[in-house]
Design a protein around this ligand. Sequence first.
Ligand SMILES: [Zn+2]
Length: 265
Amino acid sequence: MPRRKKEKPEKEETKTPEKEEKKKKKPKKEVYTDPYELLDEYLDEVITAIGIAYLGFQRDEFKEIIKDVFAGAVGQVKSKPKSKTIINRLNSARDSVMEAIAYNILKIKDLSSLTDDQLEFLVSNVKKGITSLGPRLYEESKKRNRGDLIEILRVNWNMYGILSPFTCPKCGFNAVMPDFSCRICGADVSMKEVKKQLDVKELLRGYSSIDMQGFKEILSSGYFYYKDGVVYPPSSSLQGMFFEIILSKDEKSSIANISDMPHHP
Ligand SMILES: [Zn+2]
């Protein structure tokens, strides 16, 4: 009966050395500082020191929006860190800390319920997230007539967004996607508008002097691809963001003349 044998030593209470060892081990595990207890103590000092107290959230909201970055700055430590140490760590990673706080704000608040200060904070600190949050931030900024916030969004879009070669005539962002919709304001941009921005005739004139074969292909099929400032004939296989530009009848006939004409420098 192997089971009994196993149970026996555990029930024996005479083996004191083992018990003492267990007692010693237990409290050791609990020595790690609980960042959430610390957060309660340091909250006011921290939000003031990292410059977000003006956002005016309730105490429990502030806790919610900084708890993860705060815990990250505390780390796994056994002795209680000073508030200054935590603040220094947060400030040294300021950009990513503010970006994380911006996303956390959206987890607990609706965009429409934000104060102007809070909305401005989001607009200024959402960086890579502008790809997905851009449309909502634009809409809210527009609703509040905050052209200044839209300008900040535009700068951030150009830095972190999905940059399009075409500018949306409605919102002015370089956010016209290959399906000709604007990623920021949702407008449908016409083929005519895109071709106006491209200056199709000049573009194809230049292209014909580089690749006459491709030019003829474009002319016969009536469309071409456009990617990163370069014209490609329909037979090209492209990846990433590219646009299909369809030529109108008029364009085709006026462009057809290009191939007959000698290229003027
Ligand atoms: Zn737009």
